[in-house]
Design a protein around this ligand. Structure first.
Ligand code: ADP
Ligand code: MG
Length: 324
């Protein structure tokens, strides 16, 4: 089963890009062939993958407008193990061009991805912080939406607007669109409000809330400045383990439901052994149902643990070409 997952929330700073980059690396570490599409003109997922957005000659702008085939704009991310469709501020111009089109403007991304959909096990789309034409394109192209959410006072209000948009897109063009899950990000278990909002989320959305919680973790925040996923910045950090656990939870859930996200030969050749064993640990944590409690206690110890942790331990992997 092949999935396109839009990572969306119209609120900025809730952890969309952090989730996109680190979930891409974590799924790649479990031998899935992953494509990460940067659909935000800020190009944060591009920079966070170690690609300089200022020197980009082609990316999601040209692909979205149909000026360039998807395959011609892809970059192999190393370290990372996934493939990137990069973006920069040119994407703003693309959005304006889309808005002036009379027909087909919502389906541009879906059509652009179609030729290579079968070449990847998972396609993640990092959306901009707005319910604009770029986000609509990503929801139309997607099988499901992953919603990162910070457990704070206005979080649920924003969620209602997003769910409304998802419903409209279901009715109009993409009836199959599902909620992949709601992901609690930057979680601080010492914060009473966070715990209250979290409890409300579970009350309203039940199983749709991922059991994995992403704690607030300094390593996650600093990894982009090194242009790497956290797995290649500090693989032992709470943040790295949390995103591996999320990948494990998603894979396990698919396996329970049906044919799952398969590991492939192509992905296997690309493997990074240390990351993979950590990913298995993530899956293990999910299987025994203890990851939430574990992350709660780890997150509590986070501030002290992080400041003393080894700075830059990189999983060993054979050097690969940067440009696909
Ligand atoms: P968005 O893409 O939704 O705007 P980002 O992923 O860019 O959000 O996150 C916003 C900021 O918060 C960034 O500086 C990022 O490094 C930081 N951040 C995200 N997730 C975490 C986390 N779990 N712990 C600490 N900092 C985080
Ligand atoms: Mg972002």
């Amino acid at each position: 089963m092949r999935r396109v997952i839009a990572i969306a929330n119209q609120k900025g700073g809730v952890g969309k890009t952090t989730t996109a980059v680190n979930l891409a690396a974590s799924l790649a570490a479990t031998k899935r062939r992953v494509l990460l599409v940067d659909l935000d003109p800020q190009g944060n997922a591009t920079m966070g993958s170690g690609i300089d957005k200022a020197t980009l000659e082609r990316g999601s702008c040209e692909v979205l407008l149909g000026e360039l085939e998807l395959g011609a704009a892809l970059i192999k991310v190393d370290p990372g193990g996934y493939t990137l469709l990069p973006a920069n501020q040119d994407l703003t111009a693309a959005e304006v061009r889309l808005l002036t089109m009379i027909t087909g403007r919502e389906t541009k991304l879906r059509h652009a991805l179609a030729p290579l959909r079968e070449s990847f096990d998972v396609i993640l789309v990092d959306c901009p912080p707005a319910l604009n034409m770029l986000t609509v394109n990503s929801l139309v192209a997607a099988d499901s939406v992953l919603i990162p959410l910070q457990c704070e006072y206005y979080a649920l209000e924003g969620l209602t607007a997003l769910l409304g948009t998802i419903e409209q897109i279901r009715e109009a063009v993409n009836p199959q669109l599902e909620i992949e899950g709601i992901l609690r990000t930057m979680f601080d278990p010492r914060n009473n409000l966070a715990n209250e909002v979290s409890a409300q989320l579970i009350m309203y959305f039940g199983d749709k809330v991922f059991r994995t919680i992403i704690p607030r973790n300094i390593r996650l925040a600093e990894a982009p400045s090194f242009g790497r996923p956290v797995l290649f910045h500090d693989k032992e950090s709470r943040g790295a383990l949390a995103y591996l656990a999320l990948a494990g939870e998603m894979i396990r859930r698919e396996e329970d439901e049906g044919p799952g996200i398969p590991a492939t030969e192509a992905g296997a050749q690309d493997g990074t052994p240390p990351a993979e064993s950590a990913a298995n640990a993530g899956e293990q944590a999910v299987s025994n149902g203890s990851e939430e409690a574990a992350l709660h206690s780890r997150a509590a110890a986070d501030s002290s643990a992080d400041s003393s942790a080894a700075a830059d331990e990189v999983p060993s992997s054979a050097p690969r070409e940067n440009q696909a």
